[in-house]
Design a protein around this ligand. Sequence first.
Ligand SMILES: Cc1ncc(COP(=O)(O)O)c(C=O)c1O
Length: 401
Amino acid sequence: MKYDFDRVVPRKNTNCMKWDDTDAIFGTKDIVPMWVADMDLPIAKPITDAIRERTEHEIYGYPIQKPLSVIKAVIDRMQRLYGWKVRPEWVLLLPGIIPALYTTVKAFSCPGNEVILQGPVYHPFWSAIEDNGCHVSNNQLILKNSTYEIDFEDLVGKFNNRENSLYTPSHPKLMLLCSPHNPVGRVWTVEELRRTGEIVIGNGAIVVADEVHSELLFHNAKHTPFSTLSEEFEQHSITCISPSKAFNLPGLYTSAIIIPSAGLRKRFLDAKKNFVPKVNVFGLIAMEAAYRYSDEWLEQLMAYLHDNLEFLLDYFKRKIPKIAVIKPQGTYLVWLDCRKMGLSPATLQKFMIENAKVGLYEGSLFGPSGAGFVRMNIACPRLLLVEALKRIECAVNNMRN
Ligand SMILES: Cc1ncc(COP(=O)(O)O)c(C=O)c1O
């Protein structure tokens, strides 16, 4: 079937964070919201059909936490997309990826330990580390020729013995890897992932690969699950996936956490006990329908997002040259370099809210190197994207200098 992504589905007054919380977040209702990562686009029909069918049962009691057909849908998808043979016992279902990030830090680090991330990065990576009493060890990405790269020399340095220094934390035991990367849009190459793993795992730490954006790929970008690179990587990593981004189901809170090592799995399960809530009945139904029956929708979605991205790239180039676009290889999030505007993070945010009337994530939320940037979600009907771009154009081009 053909999906119409140009159709605007009104979301106001649906208890929707993106549209109904703008007052609390931005202090105004008069804003085009392009911030939080969900899509203003209708989901695949096989998913709505499956949910509708389940609602007719009339009883929504506690579901089992390892429904075989859902686990099988995850396994089949990994096999089909990547040739990865995942075993049923490796798969745990959680209500989202954020709880998995918190659980891994709790399970594999002690308060005071350093945990590696690569800023600028999705802000809950920072809070998962800090809220567990650990310290962020920021292997900051390098911006080179309008694209972000991993600083491998710095990554090696994270494991250098510091026993002789005043500050003597134990070596990091954990790295949170965002692959594909939110907000810079990189889809890491096999070579980059391999080098990362060799350094981190070679130094006795494990990698948590948050691969929630793995099915949102532009052009010829190819996602490789970190775990599939070698048996050693598989045994020393945790993979977090979910249909929540690619199939637009974040409000159904269901993710799959794949932990091949029995030892790591036990520690993860112990840490999660009485700490992470269970998954819900509709999330399970949606996950299975997304992974099994919704590829036709996903293909059309990516074509639409691709056109949105090309439109945006052209628009900034021609009409808002003061802002440089970091072209994403994946995700539907676009990282905009506003440093030429010469505004502090707080003033940039104020400018986008008050002058442009567009709700964006201000870049320093993702770490100090995000200062001067903003993140824009382009998963919306073209009409909305055009409206937001016009507002930004008008505000930027009316700046005094
Ligand atoms: C990298 C990344 N991880 C996790 C999440 C959130 O996942 P969930 O809603 O399943 O907790 C997001 C949401 O934007 C994300 O970008």
